[in-house]
Design a binder for this molecule. Structure first.
Ligand code: R5P
Length: 259
């Protein structure tokens, strides 16, 4: 691996413990102004000190985030779909590598839709993005997206998606936690992080998810709604941080929610 690629990855996954807490605020690219993300700059500001990277689009980055930010950027470069359209899987690359470099991105993120009518286009586009990433030393984060079909999230399907993403060259893969997640992690040769998915019933549920994921082989989280839609978003990200980076048990991490 070239120095630039290694350097960028080391900014995203902490070299001291090999773990990562990323904050995802890219949802607007197909969901519009989600609750608590109407003003992304305001939402994210108090959370930044406890975040290893933020994942977002170039529009939100340029318009809502101060350019003196110290936190590395994971730039969402795929889209072209919306919750109001006919197929969430119909994604392509909308932001070029040149703009990602201009924005000083530490990685670019792209969703694949395995098993859908758009499987072929999303997998080929992932390969194309990896080719460009290799040229400039920019890591690619592949997201194993399920669209509206949340029930797809089982070890067999996610294991297939993660392995394909790694085989096509993604340097990091983002997926969902599931039963038998250890199998998914074992068969994916690159680091895995997990998304939180839609807001769970309680904060403790989300902390358990983060805990079980790292216990079973994830390198960390790239979480959104379960952090910033919480009534105590700062407490949540501190708690998740203590689980991922300090191996704190959920009961102890939950103390951050009382502050
Ligand atoms: C898809 O909407 C995006 O890639 C999100 O960044 C991803 O799903 C993580 O966010 P959440 O934890 O809210 O699922």
């Amino acid at each position: 691996m070239d120095w630039g690629m290694k350097n960028r990855l080391s900014r995203l996954i902490r070299p001291d413990d090999g773990r990562a807490v990323w904050l995802a605020i890219d949802h607007g690219y197909f969901l519009g102004p989600l609750s608590k993300l109407e003003e992304p700059g305001k939402t994210v500001k108090p959370l930044l000190p406890f975040t290893d990277a933020i994942m977002l689009t170039r529009g939100v980055l340029r318009n809502c985030i101060s350019a003196d930010i110290k936190v590395p950027i994971i730039l969402r470069v795929s889209g072209g779909n919306s919750i109001a359209g006919p197929a969430l899987s119909n994604e392509g690359i909308h932001t070029c590598m040149e703009d990602a470099i201009r924005l000083n991105a530490s990685a670019v993120a792209f969703s694949i839709y395995v098993g859908t009518e758009h499987e072929h286009q999303t997998l080929l586009s992932l390969g194309q993005l990896v080719n460009e990433g290799q040229r400039y030393g920019i890591p690619v984060l592949a997201v194993t997206a399920v669209g509206k079909e949340l029930e797809k999230r089982d070890a067999r399907y996610l294991g297939l998606c993660c392995r394909i993403a790694a085989e096509l060259g993604a340097q990091v893969v983002k997926t969902y936690y599931c039963e038998d997640f250890a199998k998914v992690a074992r068969s994916c040769p690159v680091p895995l992080v997990i998304a939180g998915g839609p807001k769970l019933k309680t904060e403790l549920d989300a902390l358990n998810l983060a805990h079980d994921a790292v216990r079973d082989g994830a390198k960390g989280v790239d979480m959104g709604r379960n952090i910033w839609q919480s009534g105590n978003a700062v407490g949540m990200i501190k708690a998740v941080n203590s689980i991922v980076h300090e191996n704190k048990p959920v009961k102890e991490a939950a103390k951050f929610l009382k502050g």
